[in-house]
Design a protein around this ligand. Structure first.
Ligand SMILES: Cc1cc2nc3c(=O)[nH]c(=O)nc-3n(C[C@H](O)[C@H](O)[C@H](O)COP(=O)(O)OP(=O)(O)OC[C@H]3O[C@@H](n4cnc5c(N)ncnc54)[C@H](O)[C@@H]3O)c2cc1C
Length: 625
């Protein structure tokens, strides 16, 4: 029997499907996820993030930061040189690149289109822990129904370009309001609709990947310091037949107490998976990446086959090919999870105004294809290819494409001014590169090429200038023996009951409130903040979802604001508050202003003229008291 209610439907429960579900739940849109989340023990692909994916993860999941590891940059190795892409957003990587460095312009380019710097900068993700947390969120959501079945058939109205129903392998049928195809290589919708699929390379790649774990003694601050050349970054290594015994590309992604290693090579070469991993270990060691010294214990291997393609159509009137279902390029472009998260971050917009969101998503996919092409030079190079050829193509690709890809999400998600500036930024990037080529000539080098011998000094230099080598420990520092305060107990009870925190926990009359580090006043200012709101937002409640006891009365609260916006139930993204409690009351609250966007709106007044917002809060506090 067909179910008569039309729902948004997500095909596939991998990271793409679950991230889309998280966004729809946050937008209070009822949806169905069809599929079974993959098991969370085996190594997974998609652990190293680009700038856009780091920004989106930071914004969408501030409560899951424990699964993120800060990295300094990405290093690309050939057999005789290392190129480094600085992603730390702090300073330049090397004096040679002062004129036009990624480090110099990146924070500016991010800010211009409305992003704030992600708390950890660019990151690696512990996908085992992160995916498990995403699955828990998905299953706990009141807006999500998980149907553990497979989509067997897609009923499509070609004239209207709409998917009307999905037939499942258990015989059920679901009426579709909108369909997100997140089935990755299975490509359920493209196959059913007969969509044109353009190959982006010849042949198939065979990928073997593994996790290696540290033991108690193998990963200490001293060993990390000794291996800092690779242990704080993503490392991509081009492997050449004449020197390495295999033609392919390898990676090394350290993620806390384990490292992800992998090798991709043409599937038609007869090479056993164990032999490929052994050659990878040797080739890495020759480039100074001796990962087994830090991570000696093999903890599982996997092999898959993959190929690169793009569909000419990635969106229809009520459907989209999400993430790698629509386009797969070289993994070293790090556009895989990025495209999934982009799609997830606009999921509600796709349902509500599909035309505009689909158009911008299509433009973004074109940019992904451009990036893939840029990387092809690196991957197709041989030992004879002049380094300058690889390097130059690579620089332009990285500088231009990394920031160009950011602008599409900004255009849809960061407000009207950012949308305008996003277009400006794309033009600016073109001019920047043109100026770089003309004015800086050979010094136009946002990346650094160094013989491996010079590499250690280069990284040491970056360390002096850039952000802290290892992100400051951010773990809960609770004293396990100390009894929780009465206020903490009330917060926990409110979380359990999903009750309004503001009605459940006492705020001290001497409360201090800080936004972005600046004091905005006391209890009256806080009440003014909630009362003031955007005129469109009413009935605000604050529902906490997690609290961390950081010891000594300090705590961190993760909460969402809920309210009615233009008459519809809406909730904010997860907001983070640092607080202090004394007895049964909260005595201090501190947050960043972007966590208050739901209350204050995302407009120029709020973002640019925050000083005025503070003044008006102070006036509101005086009027209310
Ligand atoms: C070698 C390699 C390295 C990579 N490294 C990176 C990286 O460092 N950074 C990065 O960002 N990206 C990387 N990627 C890309 C990244 O791995 C993918 O983007 C990501 O894993 C895709 O997740 P997904 O949820 O879309 O797909 P999957 O995890 O494959 O999930 C798809 C789900 O759909 C389900 N499904 C299929 N058919 C049906 C059906 N008919 N009905 C219901 N469910 C169905 C499947 O069972 C599966 O669970 C890499 C890719 C490769 C190949």
């Amino acid at each position: 029997m067909p179910q008569r209610m039309e729902r948004a439907i997500i095909i596939g429960a991998g990271i793409t499907g679950m991230a889309i579900s998280a966004q729809l739940s946050q937008a209070k849109i009822h949806h169905v996820v069809v599929g079974t989340p993959p098991p969370n023990q085996a190594p997974k692909l998609g652990e190293s993030m680009e700038m856009l994916s780091s920004v989106i993860l930071d914004e969408m999941f501030p409560d899951l930061h424990e699964h993120f590891v800060a990295k300094r940059g990405i290093f690309f190795y050939t057999h005789k040189a290392v190129m480094g892409a600085n992603l730390n957003l702090a300073r330049t990587l090397h004096p040679r690149v002062d004129i036009v460095s990624i480090g110099g312009v990146s924070a500016f380019l991010l800010g211009l289109v409305g992003y704030r710097r992600p708390r950890l900068g660019a990151i690696h993700v512990d996908r085992i822990g992160f995916d498990a947390a995403l699955e828990r969120k998905m299953r706990a959501s009141a807006y999500c129904t998980v149907v553990e079945a497979q989509v067997a058939d897609v009923i499509y109205d070609a004239a209207a370009d709409r998917i009307t129903r999905l037939r499942l392998d258990d015989g059920r049928e679901l009426e579709a309001r909108y369909v997100f195809d997140a089935s990755n290589q299975a490509r359920v919708v493209p196959k059913a609709l007969g969509l044109e699929c353009r190959p982006l390379s010849d042949g198939t790649q065979r990928v073997t990947f593994a996790h290696y774990r540290a033991t108690g003694e193998s990963r200490t601050p001293a060993t990390i310091a000794a291996h800092k050349n690779w242990a704080l970054s993503s490392n991509v290594v081009r492997l050449f037949d004449p020197v390495d015994g295999v033609h392919g590309v390898g990676w090394c992604i350290p993620i806390g107490d384990y490292v992800s290693m992998g090798i991709s090579r043409p599937a038609d070469r007869a090479l056993l998976d164990e032999d490929a991993l052994a050659l990878l270990e040797r080739a890495m060691a020759e480039r100074g990446i001796r990962y087994r010294q830090v991570y000696p214990d093999l903890a599982g291997t996997q092999t898959i086959e993959t190929r690169f393609f793009v569909h000419d159509r990635v969106c229809g009137n009520n459907w989209i090919l999400a993430g790698q279902t629509g386009c797969q390029g070289w993994f070293s472009t790090l556009t895989g999870v990025e495209s999934s998260l982009f799609c997830a971050s606009i999921a509600d917009k796709l349902i509500e105004s599909p035309e505009r969101a689909s158009r911008v998503y299509r433009q973004y996919i074109d940019a992904v294809v451009e990036t893939h092409k840029g990387f092809t030079t690196f991957h197709a190079s041989t030992v004879e290819t002049p380094l300058a050829v690889v390097e130059r193509r690579y620089h332009y690709t990285l500088v231009a494409d990394l920031y160009r890809r950011l602008t599409y999400q900004a255009q849809l998600c960061n407000g009207r001014i950012a949308a305008l500036l996003a277009r400006f930024e794309r033009v600016f990037l073109k001019i920047w590169i043109w100026l770089g080529k003309v004015a800086a000539k050979d010094r136009f080098c946002p990346l650094v090429v160094a013989e491996p011998a010079a590499f250690a000094q280069l990284v040491a230099h970056a360390r002096e200038l850039g952000q802290a080598e290892v992100a400051p420990a951010d773990e809960a520092r609770a004293d396990a023996d100390a009894p929780p305060s009465a206020a903490l107990a009330s917060i926990r009870a409110a979380i359990e009951a999903k009750a309004d925190l503001l009605a459940s926990v006492r705020l001290s009359p001497s409360l201090t409130v800080r936004i972005d580090g600046s004091p905005i006043g006391g209890l009256a200012a806080w009440r003014a903040l909630l009362r003031r709101g955007e005129p469109r937002v009413t009935g605000v409640t604050m529902i906490a979802e997690k609290v961390e006891d950081r010891g000594g009365g300090a705590l961190r609260i993760y909460a969402r604001f809920h309210g009615r916006v233009d008459g519809e139930d809406r909730s904010s993204p997860m907001a983070v508050f640092d607080g202090a409690v004394d007895g049964d009351a909260i005595v201090a609250l501190s947050t960043a202003r972007h966590h208050l966007t739901f209350l204050l709106g995302n407009n120029a007044r709020y973002r640019i003229l925050f000083g005025l917002t503070r003044v008006s809060l102070a006036l509101g506090a005086r009027a209310g008291s």
